[in-house]
Design a binder for this molecule. Sequence first.
Ligand code: GP9
Ligand code: MN
Length: 405
Amino acid sequence: DGSKLADIENYVRANYIPPSEEMFGIAQNKNIILISMESMQNFVIGAKVNDEDITPFLNKFIEESFYFDQFYHQTGQGKTSDSEFIVDNSLYPLSRGAVFFTHSANEFYAIPEVLDNHGYFTASLHANNKSFWNRDIMYNSLGYDRFFSYTDYEITKENSVGWGLKDVEFFRQSVQHLKDAPKPFYAKFITLTNHFPFELEEQDRLIKPFNSNDKTVNQYFLTVRYLDESLKTFISELKNAGLYENSIIILYGDHYGISENHNKAMKEFLSEDITPFVSTQLQRVPLIVHIPGMKGETISSIGGQIDLKPTILHLLGIETKGDMQFGSDLFSQERMDIAVLRNGSFITKDYLFTRNTCYSNETGEQVEKVLCEPYIEKAKIELEYSDQIIYGDLLRFYGQPLRTK
Ligand code: GP9
Ligand code: MN
């Protein structure tokens, strides 16, 4: 295991990207509010259905934020839990199963543990049973101070739909928890209403559904619209609670909502064939970073959930050199544009590789495979190294001196 770890360490060190000088520490000692947007894909941003905006609030919020429009989810079978795992650890999830279940006893050096060492209170908030996805156990390994789950919310038949507490209600009640929390905090909010099969009561349908033969796709736009509305509520409640100005707000989509089983309706919606190339590009999820007092801009460098840990820590002025991580700071000019998906597909500025075929990422035309070759190798190595860390519980042996505890 020792020699394996040395190889991985060399790779990670060689690939370390220093932070953007301009952004490093810009959010020092500020609260971090992380919002996991259930099943939110990027193609709905700025899009309309029946001439109505699907995400009117986010469209505006993006104007005053950093919006990453080439940002990919990297989840596998562990869905939401995989996205949580990737974001907190800058490691890949597993190719099968959910690491939240299979390796919850491992040693990690997740964001909550890092921030604990910097005086932060860390919490996850999610109005579902605490043991779903084994969160109650895994959160201890990741270092969360507190998990606000089902029993911390007032949940009734009236304020629930589909999987549970409606997002608007979830955010309303969550702000109360935040008000009482120690500062500064790192708080993750996991939304739920925009979850398959996208159920919604009449009163919460704020736009007319899409009109295809596919009920799932038709309803998806309604629950996305509802999620957008719940975010608007949340932001205004944060303002009322005096929590807005000293908090960095980071919103990201956890994974796709519309699977390839719905290509026919998606073709109707997008007016293009859902080829493997398009399918891969559809794995983009929104990433929005709101920093009080900063104007923001749209950033089109290619990245994924794995890049969030170094990005967040650098904003807080915490160095990540020496950390066992596979992502890099999204604000850094020096980073390489790449997103490696869990199935081995990847996207760079020039190329998109999926199902053993290399495409131009710009035109979608198939190109010679040899052009993708260097990245095929990189993607393979990264996924393998990350797997080795998890299967071998290698962080047990790593980096004790670097940890400040
Ligand atoms: C369940 C919620 C949804 O608590 O996170 O899980 P998903 O099915 O999206 O992984
Ligand atoms: Mn999910």
